[in-house]
Design a protein around this ligand. Structure first.
Ligand code: DC
Length: 230
């Protein structure tokens, strides 16, 4: 299939594996757009909290998602700024309570159907790295390049500890490791669109690789997948 702007690169994988950082860097290298789908789940969770809706109510949350105005505006970087009902979705999306609520919201089939359709619209012209949990399996099963980015829970916990310490925040390795293992089990064990590698995806284990090595590998895989198509 040929798309006007290039191929679609799907990057899926567990939380804390660096999909956003790596995806953004690779997108800049390739002149591609970067699209983090987790942001949409987080924004819907934030709006649901603000509206006082139960985060387990699929029909109500899908109705809310449908009423909201989702806009993606150009920004200086490879990722568009996301506006919901005219408001820029920024730092609040990273709050702990929003993270927790987004995980509940992401379990709902009605919500996932909505997100899948919007994400397909956003990415179908190609020239995009789309990152999430179900991009290669559900959103774009026909993506030209699918990568499952992984790293051991221990490596992800150690990286997280390093990030928190750099920010001057307290960090307990054991607690973080437990949390990561629980999130993995939740993401992989849910009924609708669980996290898993697409059968035709590339498995990329970054446990012992540097960030730059992972980006290089993605650029190499892109060249092979885009082939003579571009
Ligand atoms: O990647 P993230 O932490 O920003 O994702 C927020 C939540 O949304 C997380 O619980 C996983 C979920 N998610 C999902 O189920 N499917 C996606 N494509 C992206 C995120």
């Amino acid at each position: 299939m040929s798309r006007p702007r290039g191929i679609i690169i799907a990057i899926d994988g567990p939380a804390g594996v660096g999909k956003s950082t790596i995806g953004r860097l690779a997108a800049s290298r390739l002149g591609y757009e970067f699209f983090s789908t987790g942001r949409m789940y987080r924004a819907l969770a934030l709006k649901a909290l603000e509206a006082g809706l139960a985060v387990g109510d699929g029909p109500a949350l899908a109705a809310l998602a449908g009423r909201l105005r989702w806009e993606f505006r150009d920004s200086a970087g490879p990722e568009h700024d996301m506006y919901v009902d005219g408001a820029l979705m920024g730092d609040r999306l990273s709050e702990e309570k929003v993270s927790r609520a987004s995980s509940a919201v992401a379990r709902l089939r009605e919500v996932r159907d909505f997100m899948r359709d919007r994400q397909r619209e956003a990415g179908r012209d190609g020239g995009v790295i789309m990152e999430g949990r179900d991009i290669g399996t559900n959103v774009f099963p026909d993506a030209e390049l699918k990568i499952y980015l992984d790293a051991s829970p221990e490596a992800r916990a150690a990286r997280r500890v390093g990030q928190l310490r750099e920010l001057g925040q307290p960090a307990d390795y054991g607690e973080i490791l437990d949390f990561i293992k629980k999130r993995d089990a939740q993401d992989s064990g849910r009924e609708h669109s669980p996290l898993k590698k697409a059968d035709d995806g590339h498995y990329l284990d970054s446990t012992t690789l540097t960030r730059d090595q992972v980006v290089e590998e993605i650029v190499r895989l892109h060249a092979a997948a885009a082939g003579g198509g571009r």
